[in-house]
Design a protein. Structure first.
Length: 330
């Protein structure tokens, strides 16, 4: 065994790959929750102000041209402000106060674009996916795909991974998928092979050869701000799947979204997916999340759409959440 050298003081010298910077699980969850809260709030504020930031150029434009936005940005640069934090939770109550909305937007944008904040989010996300913490949800997907795909089938499939955090997880290294196109709303390191992109703004492929055999959407759907928005995301999957193949969709949600919600259960979610053209292949509940694998089925759309276009209370009880997914009436 090769031993590491020591300095004159007796301290080890040279590289030690085991001493990489890590974050405790509790802090990891806190950072990720904060980052997604900021993104949800940003989307609400943009909508209230009728602004669009599809090209991620709004920050510099508003910072130089809007004094209220700049004031909010400068406030967050100094420290977290308790008054602003309270107002962020109740943005809809201030929808008539445009000056305040711009101030809140500047506050949020500063934290989202700050290089240290991005670095912390990326590290927390990767730590959450660390196999030592059981965080790579694509392990379950690959186990299921190996059961589904015949061994003699040598076809290499294309995959789109929404909310990708690593280019070294199981979906990327299994050999089943090539290429794996990885996108994430908040990626700060394109060199890792992950494109910074919002799936809802991703151009729909014109050629079938540019579409995918599988879409992975792990712990993303639950961060879409509205029930209708979640439904729109689910319906948009189909436009990215190859037409001549029965494509697959892999979804991971926090378990309370289906097991402890007043308006959504696993059965209702499966029925909704059946309504929009998918059949359930696999479902598994773990301690904190649930995994689902669906296959597109063109003859599987006999379920009526109307029950999923309105809120329906499935159960009630203390401590339950209000997570819901709704479809547009069309």
């Amino acid at each position: 065994m090769i031993r590491r050298g020591k300095s004159i003081t007796g301290k080890p010298v040279g590289p030690n790959k085991t001493q990489q910077k890590t974050i405790k699980p509790s802090k990891t969850r806190k950072i990720i929750r904060r980052y997604h809260f900021l993104n949800q709030t940003k989307l609400k504020l943009l909508k209230l102000l009728s602004l669009d930031d599809a090209n991620n150029l709004l920050y510099e434009s508003l910072r130089s041209g809007n004094s209220h936005f700049r004031e909010g940005s400068d406030l967050r640069h100094k420290e977290m402000n308790s008054i602003i934090e309270t107002q962020l939770i109740k943005t809809n109550q201030h929808k008539e106060d445009k000056s305040l909305l711009y101030k809140l937007l500047g506050y949020v944008y500063y934290e989202l674009t700050d290089s240290q904040g991005l670095a912390n989010y990326q590290m927390a996300s990767k730590m959450g996916q660390d196999s030592k913490r059981g965080g790579d949800s694509s392990k379950i997907l690959i186990e299921w795909m190996k059961e589904i795909i015949p061994r003699e089938d040598k076809r290499v499939m294309r995959a789109l991974e929404i909310g990708s955090l690593s280019s070294r997880n199981k979906i990327s290294t299994s050999g089943i998928f090539n290429p794996v196109v990885r996108i994430d709303l908040n990626n700060s390191n394109d060199a890792e092979g992950i494109i910074r992109q919002d799936f809802m703004r991703r151009p729909i492929p014109k050629e079938d050869s540019d579409k995918f055999d599988l879409i992975s959407c792990s712990l993303v759907l639950n961060f879409v701000p509205t029930p209708i928005g979640r439904g729109e995301m689910c319906e948009r999957f189909e436009q990215f799947l190859k037409r001549d193949e029965k494509g697959y969709v892999f979804i991971v949600l926090p378990l309370p979204c289906l097991a402890n919600s007043r308006y959504m259960t696993s059965e209702r979610f499966h029925s909704m997916m059946k309504c929009i053209g998918y059949k359930k292949l696999q479902y598994k509940e773990a301690k904190k999340v649930c995994y689902m694998l669906y296959q597109r089925a063109y003859d599987n759309t006999t379920t009526k759409r109307s029950p999923f276009t309105k809120k329906k209370q499935c159960r009630d009880g203390p401590g339950m959440n209000n997570f819901n997914i709704m479809l547009n009436k069309d």
